[in-house]
Design a protein around this ligand. Structure first.
Ligand code: FES
Ligand code: FES
Length: 153
């Protein structure tokens, strides 16, 4: 099947029950999306599917033929890190880093829809992303910092 991943058309053969997460990591060489629970509970595997935030561990790879997938790898470019990624690094919102790609993708999705979210809106938007290390204070701070950087407040 063909699909668009991070702006490039890719050709892929997948097994019947293979998840999009497995296809991204093991067939397409994109290990940014993490596998922590494989049950839709932690958000570490978050990607954008046709612009909507999804847990890639819950999406069948075979179901994304012809669709557009964006992973955390799409956020940085030759110019460097995306403001969301920079904000997480600069606020110290990263410890082991396992949850970080999912949080970064979820934050990017939130700020694309809602440039200046309230703390409550941030908490709601990130409620599907679990961090086992940091507590959430610095993560909330990182989201507000990213909002300011993206929209130059
Ligand atoms: S690995 Fe997909 S939600 Fe946890
Ligand atoms: S930084 Fe370790 S799980 Fe979030």
């Amino acid at each position: 099947m063909k699909l668009n991943v991070n702006g490039s058309e890719r050709d892929l053969e997948v097994d019947d029950h293979e998840s999009l997460l497995t296809a991204l990591r093991e067939r397409l060489g994109l290990p940014g999306s993490k596998n922590a629970c494989e049950q839709g509970e932690c958000g570490s595997c978050s990607v954008l599917l046709d612009g909507a935030l999804v847990c890639s561990c819950l999406v069948l790879a075979g179901a994304v033929a012809g669709r557009d997938v964006r992973t955390v790898e799409a956020l940085s470019d030759d110019e460097g890190l995306h403001p969301v990624q920079r904000a997480f690094a600069e606020t110290g919102a990263v410890q082991c880093g396992f949850c970080t790609p999912g949080l970064v993708v979820a934050t990017y999705a939130l700020l694309t829809e809602n440039p200046e979210p309230s703390d409550r809106e941030v908490r709601e938007a990130l409620s599907g992303n679990i961090c086992r290390c940091t507590g959430y204070g610095r993560i909330l701070e990182a989201v507000q910092r990213a909002s300011a950087a993206m929209y130059r407040r």
